[in-house]
Design a binder for this molecule. Structure first.
Ligand SMILES: Cc1cc2nc3c(=O)[nH]c(=O)nc-3n(C[C@H](O)[C@H](O)[C@H](O)COP(=O)(O)O)c2cc1C
Length: 348
């Protein structure tokens, strides 16, 4: 079994974390990852508190294994993505761990979560932000490399950022995110000092992910060079940098995508989906991700994904992904360890 300090402290079996992807990391995927020995995190944002509480209930009905949740800290066009009531639900439900991403959360939330026995992880894209996270009381920091899919502020690849962050905030544990999708990349992250790896893109390509089949198909078909950073998407959350799959709209707007463009006149609609239980007509440049309930033009949609698409070529059950990555990484790390400890042989 591939164990690390983080798996021992948090009581899961293998150092694989499901990134708390909004819309995508819903109970079936969270339960599949936790049930296979990883740590599933519910993508809580943008769900309102009651819907978040229901996701916890549903996940518990699917697995006895521990799981956590992840929140975005940002003021969107629809209001703040996380509110006090979300935090109260976490402590009432005694979730073992939550992750915050984008802005730093208020100290009052960190303190309340700690008082309730929940540990707090913050995702950071720079050493400076990781230090701020530790000063705020983070129990661990997720190091988000520039390779990572979705909303991403990092300017540095994981290979350089991860060891620098590990050194800067030691002994706080660091979890690696970005570019990890097979046993080799997981083993590399552990060798660079990570206590676990947080994977998003690889798990979108699983039957349990709440993503539209066409989105999964495009991720599995994509190779290196298929993702770029853009600020194009976001009447709902404007001007934020997202790593996405290239499609027609992304390629059309290259070089003119430093900000989310104004809505065209007359208004156009790129598809429909469901948001908060109601039908939602997706405006041009909508930042909402396609779920099974979405229909419309996928060449106009926001399809967040990381550079790890180059290592993702099939839609695979989440439990199989967890087991295959853990087994491959373990055997690679054993090879490295054996190589290191081998007695040098004399040339004659
Ligand atoms: C579709 C998608 C949605 C995401 N949503 C969130 C989110 O809601 N909260 C969060 O903390 N991170 C989110 N992330 C970023 C992940 O936490 C993580 O940094 C990233 O998935 C790691 O890179 P990878 O996708 O190449 O594995 C998202 C990533 C993707 C691809």
């Amino acid at each position: 079994m591939l164990r690390t300090r983080v798996t021992a402290e948090y009581g899961f079996d293998v150092p694989i974390v499901l990134a708390p992807m909004g819309f995508i990391a819903t109970p079936p995927l969270v339960a599949a990852v936790s049930g296979a020995g990883g740590l599933g995190l519910i993508g809580a944002s943008p769900a309102p508190p009651a819907a978040f509480a229901e996701m916890i209930r549903l996940t518990r009905s699917l697995t006895p294994a521990p799981f956590g949740a992840g929140f975005l800290v940002v003021d969107t066009a629809m209001g703040p993505s996380t509110v006090d009531e979300h935090i109260a639900i976490v402590t009432e439900e005694r979730l073992p761990v939550v992750v915050f991403h984008w802005e730093l959360p208020p100290r009052a939330w960190v303190d309340e979560l700690h008082r309730g026995g929940t540990r707090v992880w913050l995702q950071a894209g720079s050493v400076e932000r990781a230090r701020e996270a530790v000063a705020l009381g983070a129990d661990a920091v997720i190091c988000q490399g520039a390779e990572a899919g979705g909303h991403n502020r990092s300017t540095t690849s994981l290979l350089a950022l991860l060891p620098a962050m590990v050194d800067a905030i030691r002994p706080t544990p660091v979890i690696a995110a970005g570019g990890i999708a097979d046993g080799r990349t997981l083993a590399a992250a552990l060798l660079l000092g990570a206590g676990a790896a947080s994977l998003g893109t690889r798990f979108i390509a699983s039957p349990e992910a709440n993503a539209h089949a066409e989105y999964k198909r495009r991720i599995a078909a994509a190779g290196s060079g298929a993702t770029v950073f853009t600020h194009l998407f976001g009447p709902e959350w404007p001007d934020a940098r997202i790593r996405v799959l290239r499609n027609r709209v992304v390629d059309e707007w290259r070089g003119r995508d430093e900000k989310t463009p104004p809505q065209p006149e007359p208004a156009s609609c790129i598809g429909t989906t469901r948001l908060g239980g109601a039908e939602y007509r997706m405006p041009k440049f909508s930042a909402l991700l396609p779920t099974p309930e979405t229909s419309g033009d996928f060449d106009e949609m926001c399809l967040p994904a990381g550079e790890s698409v180059a290592l993702t070529s099939a839609v695979t059950p989440a439990a199989e992904i967890v087991r295959a990555l853990a087994d491959e990484a373990e055997s690679l790390l054993r090879t490295v360890a054996t190589g290191r400890s081998a007695t040098p042989t004399s040339p004659d």
